[in-house]
Design a binder for this molecule. Structure first.
Ligand code: TXA
Ligand code: MG
Length: 320
């Protein structure tokens, strides 16, 4: 069934819809989310339907303050508290022991829940206007590139969500960093908006998750965040030479290349600027009619790790 989708900044309308068990797309500093009352399993089910998301992929719960964290988790380890103090509100999700109040559907039956306090002022105001936290995945159809503007959401979920709260373009541009604890050790599940180096400066060495979190934690699925156009990642001149007969758009950090199209993410060499523009560039390249998207490997430091992670997953769709 199709609904009329409205883009606007009416917080009371957004809060009214959420209180009634409906969906609202919300701006965050990372990407737009598709939100519902995290305590209402029926409302949460609508998220899975609208995204065509498999039920094995758990959602992140967005909280307004530290007190709300204690409603949704059973315990906060000292390292998690230190990270909250340093990086919240901000692009960091912590996977912690789940409280019974959170419906199993939110966490796909896991005993843990991903929690994050978003930094976008409009969504913070919305969280203060409703008496529950918001379960929200990125507001894209499952497996596609995440939206960083209200229009991106409308382009793909128009007719499936009644209201898109317009908070302008996202300032970080890649999803949150996700951390969890395995046998007391902090592990990285997804590189994202907070660089791992910054996390290690607070709590020391972070490991790679040894144990599979789920069947697979889908942010970790090899093929994800993928445009429809095939993506190749690697040395750009060599890839262009090998595919000389195809029309290619190049996604690069600082330099233009001899190709049909170029998406240079930061001529000045700023990884924050590059991350901010990454998903919009992937969408433009996908819509350009090119045969191929060729992406460069970014510096493997700071936000460059999240950029490389998303590009590799986009490429894995055809290669893997
Ligand atoms: O920046 C973000 O994190 C955005 C904004 C909207 O907050 N959200 C986002 O959600 O990227 P989503 O659903 O697209 O990705 C969240 C990832 C999923 O891949 C899921 O597997 C993982 O987080 N996740 C959530 N809860 C988890 C849990 N309890 N254990 C392991 N992984 C979890
Ligand atoms: Mg997502």
């Amino acid at each position: 069934m199709s609904v009329t989708t409205v883009i606007g900044t009416d917080l009371s309308e957004a809060a009214r819809l959420l209180r009634g068990g409906g969906l609202v797309a919300i701006p965050t500093e990372t990407v737009y989310g598709l939100a519902a009352n995290a305590y209402d399993a029926e409302a949460v089910l609508r998220i899975f339907e609208a995204k065509q998301r498999p039920a094995f992929d758990p959602l992140i719960v967005h909280v307004r303050d530290r007190a709300q964290v204690d409603e949704v988790v059973r315990a906060v380890p000292p390292e998690a508290q230190a990270l909250m103090d340093r990086f919240w509100p901000g692009p960091l999700t912590l996977v912690l022991p789940k409280a019974s109040r959170v419906p199993d559907l939110v966490t796909s039956g896991l005993d843990t829940v991903g929690v994050r306090m978003p930094a976008h002022p409009l969504t913070q105001e919305l969280l203060r206007a409703v008496p529950f936290p918001l379960a929200a995945p990125s507001a894209n159809p499952f497996g596609y590139v995440s939206p960083t503007t209200a229009q991106h959401v409308a382009d793909q979920l128009g007719g499936r969500v009644p209201y898109i709260l317009d908070g302008g373009p996202c300032t970080v541009g890649v999803e949150s960093t996700i951390l969890g604890w395995e046998d007391g050790t902090c592990v990285l599940y997804r590189p994202g908006g907070v660089p791992v180096e910054d996390i290690e400066a607070v709590i020391g060495r972070v490991g790679g998750g040894k144990r599979a979190v789920l069947p697979v934690a889908p942010g970790m699925l090899a093929s994800h965040y993928a445009p429809r156009t095939p993506v190749l990642i690697g040395p750009v001149p060599a890839l262009l030479a090998r595919h000389a007969h195809q029309r290619a758009v190049v996604i690069s950090f600082q330099q233009r290349h001899q190709a049909q199209g170029n998406e240079v993410l930061s001529p000045a060499g700023d990884l924050h600027e590059a991350a901010r523009g990454l998903f919009a560039a992937l969408r433009r390249a996908d819509a350009s009619g090119a045969d191929l998207i060729v992406a460069e490997v970014f510096p493997d430091e700071g936000l460059g790790r999240a950029i490389n992670d998303r590009l590799r997953r986009a490429a894995a769709k055809r290669e893997g």
